[in-house]
Design a protein. Structure first.
Lengths: 376, 88
């Protein structure tokens, strides 16, 4: 076990489907996984040394096309630029992400304790991916045919580092709805890092994730679109962007850990809607609501509805009950097919529903409001 | 031996599939692939834990394995099968 988490669904499948030793190993790991479950400090065991508060510390390594981490140290904090675009992009992107979290939300690095931000570039050969492995960022150069280097988009760097923030806060399981939320928060803060660095309003922003990653020969603008999920690319080789924008199109797939990169389109679109309904700079109001939700209100098994209701609660606490931000949040989630429960909106979860003697007569098929509330 | 591999996940979440029937391969290639597979059954794919990592579903004669992108032995099979299938 060399990572912060174990994804139990993978082990479970192995334990069920594999044979002999493989099966035994999977079962043993599942037991270990169970022991570790809920223990958020596990990741912290691997964290870098204690660093004075409020300091930005970046370290960039060159994996030199191998798959061994971290690779050769090529640039540390304060070191001058080098003759390697990927190294400089990883350095600058990590810096912009650190600054965003520090200045906008007062967060000191991914763990809020000044953890050093390590990145390895030139990972593998033609590696079409960027990852957060629980301790550091990893960037491939892309195959050059379809994908360019993964450091080319600032929102990708913000996305990866936000996986670190999530790891130290809500620690959302990386599968199914919690996994899609994990991806969602990475897209939200990834796109906000970009908007913040450009001082861009919600109305002016493109709301694309990974714009600039695809080569010119690909028919597509980006990897994902929060404004219009499902429209980022449509290409003979890559296929069509599979993201839904509404709960009725939720993809119950087994691949991609239960569609974590697919179903994130639903909450992504809710964030976009809330931010554009509110107008102005998305990181100031909508972003703050989502930041408080991620860092204070969700646990590892949170579902879309839990997230929706948590953003409602956070909006009320931050900007006032019934105020515009809370209304925008409610409308946004409703539009993507994740409506808030009536009991949450009425704020009467702990109060008994009062039966009134003067209820208006009901039309045929209409459900009394009191019934809806008591059922919720 | 029939091998089907589906790659999903990764930052971009794009699906990639490869299919190889070793009976249709030249004998040296067939032996190579079958030797890799014979090792796999004793190998333990390590637990994942990487956000945005690729996920592979490997079916070998109908037996299904979900494999993270980290184990060198599994990766060798995946890379060879993808190469034979003409994919990256």
């Amino acid at each position: 076990m060399h990572h912060g988490f174990l994804p139990p669904h993978i082990l479970r499948r192995l334990a069920e489907h594999a044979e002999g030793e493989l099966r035994e190993h999977a079962q043993a790991s599942l037991e270990l996984s169970a022991q570790l479950r809920g223990e958020r400090s596990v990741a912290a065991l691997f964290a870098s040394f204690a660093i004075p508060a409020g300091e930005k510390r970046r370290t960039i390594y060159d994996a030199r096309h191998k798959r061994t981490l971290p690779g050769k140290l090529v640039r540390g904090e304060g070191d001058p630029r080098v003759h390697d675009t990927a190294v400089n992009e990883a350095y600058d992107g990590a810096g912009k992400t650190y600054d965003f979290y520090k200045k906008v939300y007062g967060r000191n690095s991914v763990d809020d304790r000044g953890m050093r931000l390590d990145s390895s570039v030139h990972y593998g050969v033609h590696f079409d991916n960027a990852e957060w492995n629980g301790r550091q960022m990893i960037y491939g150069d892309g195959d050059g045919q379809l994908f360019r280097r993964f450091t080319a988009s600032l929102d990708v760097i913000g996305h990866e580092l936000t996986h670190g923030v999530t790891q130290y806060t809500a620690a959302l399981d990386y599968a199914d709805e919690p996994g899609a939320l994990n991806e969602h928060f990475s897209d939200v803060f990834g796109v906000l890092v970009k908007q913040y660095s450009l001082r861009q309003t919600a109305a002016k922003a493109d709301w694309l994730i990974g714009a600039g990653l695809l080569t010119k020969r690909v028919h597509g603008a980006a990897i994902r679109s929060m404004k219009a999920p499902g429209t980022a690319y449509d290409d003979p080789v890559l296929g069509k962007d599979p993201q839904p924008a509404h709960m009725r199109d939720y993809d119950n797939t087994n691949s991609d850990n239960g569609g974590v990169h697919i179903n994130s389109g639903i909450p992504n679109h809710a964030f976009y809607l809330a931010a554009t309904l509110l107008g102005g700079k998305a990181w100031e109001v909508a972003g703050r609501i989502w930041y408080v939700t991620l860092t204070q209100k969700l646990d590892a098994r949170a579902q879309f509805r839990d997230c929706a209701e948590a953003t409602w609660e956070a909006a009320g606490e931050l900007f006032g009950s019934g105020a515009a931000p809370q209304q925008a949040v409610a409308q946004a989630w409703k539009q993507v097919g994740v409506p808030l429960r009536d009991a949450v909106i009425s704020g009467g979860t702990r109060l008994p529903v009062l039966e009134t003697s003067f209820a208006p007569p009901l039309a045929a098929g209409e459900i009394p409001a009191s019934r809806i509330r008591s059922r919720a | 031996m029939v091998i089907d591999i589906t790659r999903s996940g990764g930052f971009a979440g794009i699906i990639r599939k490869a299919h190889v029937d070793t009976a249709a391969l030249p004998p040296p290639l067939r032996s190579e692939i079958e030797a890799i597979v014979s090792h796999l059954r004793q190998a333990m794919p390590p637990a994942g834990g990487t956000a945005d990592a690729f996920v592979y579903e490997v079916r070998i004669d109908g037996m299904r394995f979900t494999v993270p992108d980290e184990d060198p032995a599994w990766r060798k099979l995946i890379e060879r099968v993808f190469a034979i299938a003409g994919l990256q």
